[in-house]
Every structure is written in structure tokens, then in C-alpha cells.
Design a protein around this ligand. Structure first.
Ligand SMILES: Cc1ncc(COP(=O)(O)O)c(C=O)c1O
Length: 389
């Protein structure tokens, strides 16, 4: 099908709730995507931090083909072998003793589950989260998302349980803390909010304050998890162990899956009947999570994320231009804040066969597959130099 035909059907039959770029893809391989007209693009977006193995990784494809042919869905009425295996693999990479796993279908749902667990296990009503954060579009996740632009017109659906403080501001958090706070929910690095890394001291203090106050510390690793920041989880950069981690995106290499991990002490409050989902953790998506973790370990993708991220930011920092305001990031999530030209740069990259993303107005966000090599990083650096000249 030609691009124009796809666009026509899209305009006629789909909700128009996304601002889509003028391209539709047919297939992918490794670092590259190919559009319906056969043009090649180097992918530095990875489906918004999802395709960490690159596209169509042969081992992942084989595992999915085998699983689809054998068993795709049975529901949580029964024990699920693939779910149990995936939970054990997740527990092998989570920090501390976060070795109890619940599967859901997305990042927002993972945060919903984390919030329900926190409220139920503490018996408290309030949740504190950071301004400029992003936790998803469902009702409670949207409530936790301290950005009015996402909440506007949906207020009737949002619980009044949330209060917000400035990210990395310990005094702001302390001012809101009381014995009714069930949890503090934070991203280790604000992704959608413009690639703002957390401050290690701030996170250590949040841990102490939560412990002293009997509140839970929930870390949203939907975007930062699974090696994206050069450690298995973003919070590992700060040497802090939270009470609950939510994850999704790269966990399933494109299969829709989310999960939370917590401790043996906490998981029990979500007893039978208190929470659940039909699809959550079905054999196909959990087989995907397992093979994803296996490949990440075999190919040392977490280490590669650390090394390539450091290389990239070093090289980008050498570019002298008034247009670049700041370069931030951890591992393979990098933000290049520009004065005015982030969207022009995205367009320039697209024309030159490279996909980059822009978030929070004027920040170019680089979130490539974790298989990226120096040669790919150098292509982007060359484009950035040319663009700025
Ligand atoms: C930190 C964070 N939390 C939650 C979400 C929501 O995840 P999903 O879109 O899978 O619901 C996102 C999505 O971008 C995210 O970046």
C-alpha cells in the first residue's frame, strides 16, 4: 500500500489524536527502519524507548514465532509458565529485594497498580509526585503527572489524591510530607519532561524521608528501565532501593507489557480480587520479556548503553554553537536542548534518513536501540554539525 493510501484511510477511519510525521514504515532490521516506499532510516527513537534490541532481532523473532504457534493467551485463571519464568528473570535484574512481580499491559497501568498497592498497603490517601513528571494517561497515572497541559479538561476523572513538588527539590517535598502520604512517585530521570536527570543526593534523601514517614517510594522506570540509563534501572545510578518499581516499554521489545516489582513484605496486600487484568502477562508478552532479558545479558546491552551514551554526550559537547543550550542524559537517553530549532533539526534528520524525537518543546531526545555502535552515533553527530553550520 502506498503512503497516500495509508494516510487517506488514517484520516477517514482513525481518531486524530496523534501528531504523526509524514512517514509509514514497512519493516525494520537492527538499527534501521524501511518505509513503504523503500527508503531507509536509522532509528534513534526505538519506538519511544521500546525497541532496545533493534528491529527484528533474530533470536527474539524465533522466540515469538515459536510462542505464537504454541500458545498466545489463556488468562490469569490459570498458572502461566512463561509468566513465572519472566518474573524470575526480572527479579534477577531489579535492585535489592524487589523480587515479586505483577504483570499488566502498559506503563500507565503499571503505575496504576503501583499506586493501588501503595494506598492499600499503607491505608493512606495522598500521593506526592514531581512537577513536570510523566506517568501515563489513565486516570490515576494522569493525576500523578504534574503537568496541567495533560490534565486539562479531564479533571473530573482525576482523583484529588495528588500533590506536586519541584523535581530534585527536597525542601519542596518535605513541605508536603505528612502521615497521610501513602507514596512518593518519581522518575529517576524525567523523560517526557525534557530529559532531566535526577539528583543522586535528592533520591537518597527521598528514600530516607519515605522510610522515616512510613510512606512508600515508587520509582517509575517505564522509560528509564531495562538498561536505558546505562544500568538495569535508572535508580541504580543513585544506589537507592525503592519499595516499588514500575516498568514497561523496553521490557517487551514491542509486545505490550508492563510490570511492577516489589518486596515479599508488600506484594500480599493486592490479594485475589483486588487487582487484575485479562491480558496481563499472557504467554506471548512474557515470553518476549524473557528473551529480551536473555539477549540483553548475552549482548551486554546495559554496558553498551553506558559506554555509547558517554561517548555520544562527550562528542556532542565538542560542538560549539549558540543554538545548543544544554546536553543532558544518562546512558542512552540524551537530551539536546536547543534554543529554537529542535523541530527543524528533527525535520532535517528525517530528510536525511535519521529518526530523532523532540520532547518538551525544544529538546531533541535521542533514545536509540541499545545495540547502537559508534558508527551510528557519528552519523548523528555529523548531521548535527552540518545542521548548525
Ligand atoms: C516515565 C513514564 N511513565 C509512564 C508512561 C506511560 O506508559 P504507556 O504509554 O505505556 O502507558 C510513559 C510513557 O512515555 C513514561 O515515559
Amino acid at each position: 500500500m502506498q503512503f497516500n493510501e495509508i494516510k487517506e484511510k488514517d484520516n477517514k477511519y482513525l481518531f486524530q489524536n496523534y501528531g504523526r510525521l509524514e512517514v509509514a514504515f514497512d519493516h525494520g532490521k537492527g538499527m534501521y527502519l524501511y518505509d513503504v516506499d523503500g527508503k531507509e532510516y536509522m532509528d534513534l527513537v526505538a519506538g519511544i524507548a521500546v525497541n532496545s534490541l533493534g528491529h527484528s532481532h533474530p533470536k527474539w523473532v524465533a522466540a515469538m514465532q515459536e510462542q505464537v504457534a504454541r500458545l498466545c493467551h489463556v488468562s490469569n485463571l490459570y498458572h502461566i509458565k512463561e509468566q513465572a519464568i519472566a518474573a524470575e528473570k526480572i527479579a534477577s535484574v531489579t535492585p535489592g529485594d524487589l523480587n515479586r512481580v505483577l504483570f499488566v499491559n502498559s506503563g500507565a497501568e503499571a503505575n496504576e497498580a503501583a499506586l493501588k498497592l501503595a494506598v492499600r498497603s499503607t491505608g493512606r490517601k495522598k500521593v506526592l509526585s514531581a512537577l513536570n513528571g510523566f506517568h501515563g494517561r489513565t486516570a490515576a497515572a494522569l493525576g500523578a503527572t504534574g503537568q496541567p497541559k495533560y490534565q486539562q479538561t479531564f479533571e473530573p476523572l482525576i482523583a484529588q489524591s495528588f500533590q506536586y513538588f519541584d523535581y530534585n527539590d527536597i525542601e519542596g517535598l518535605k513541605a508536603l510530607m505528612d502521615k497521610d502520604v501513602a507514596a512518593v512517585l518519581l522518575e529517576p530521570l524525567q523523560g517526557e519532561g525534557g530529559v532531566n536527570p535526577g539528583n543522586p543526593e535528592f533520591f537518597k534523601t527521598v528514600r530516607d524521608i519515605c522510610t522515616d514517614n512510613g510512606s512508600l517510594m515508587i520509582v517509575d522506570e517505564v522509560q528509564t528501565g531495562m538498561g536505558r540509563t546505562g544500568k538495569w534501572f535508572g535508580i541504580d545510578n543513585f544506589g537507592v532501593v525503592p519499595d516499588i518499581i514500575s516498568m514497561a516499554k523496553a521490557l517487551g521489545s514491542g509486545m505490550p507489557i508492563g510490570a511492577i516489582a516489589t518486596t515479599d513484605e508488600l506484594y500480599g496486600t493486592l490479594s485475589p480480587g483486588t487487582h487484575g487484568t485479562t491480558f496481563g502477562g499472557n504467554p506471548l508478552v512474557t515470553a518476549s520479556a524473557s528473551v529480551t532479558i536473555d539477549i540483553m545479558k548475552e549482548e551486554r546491552l546495559v554496558e553498551n548503553s553506558y559506554e555509547m551514551g558517554a561517548y555520544w554526550r562527550d562528542e556532542i559537547s565538542k560542538i560549539e554553537s549558540d543554538e545548543i543550550v544544554d546536553i543532558r542524559g544518562l546512558g542512552l537517553i540524551t537530551g539536546i536542548e536547543m534554543r529554537t530549532k529542535a523541530n527543524d533539526f528533527r525535520k532535517y534528520c528525517l530528510e536525511n534518513g535519521v529518526l530523532v524525537n523532540v520532547c518538551h518543546g525544544n529538546t531533541v531526545r535521542l533514545i536509540p536501540p541499545l545495540i547502537i555502535g559508534k558508527q551510528h552515533c557519528d552519523v548523528l553527530i555529523g548531521l548535527l554539525r552540518n545542521f548548525l553550520e
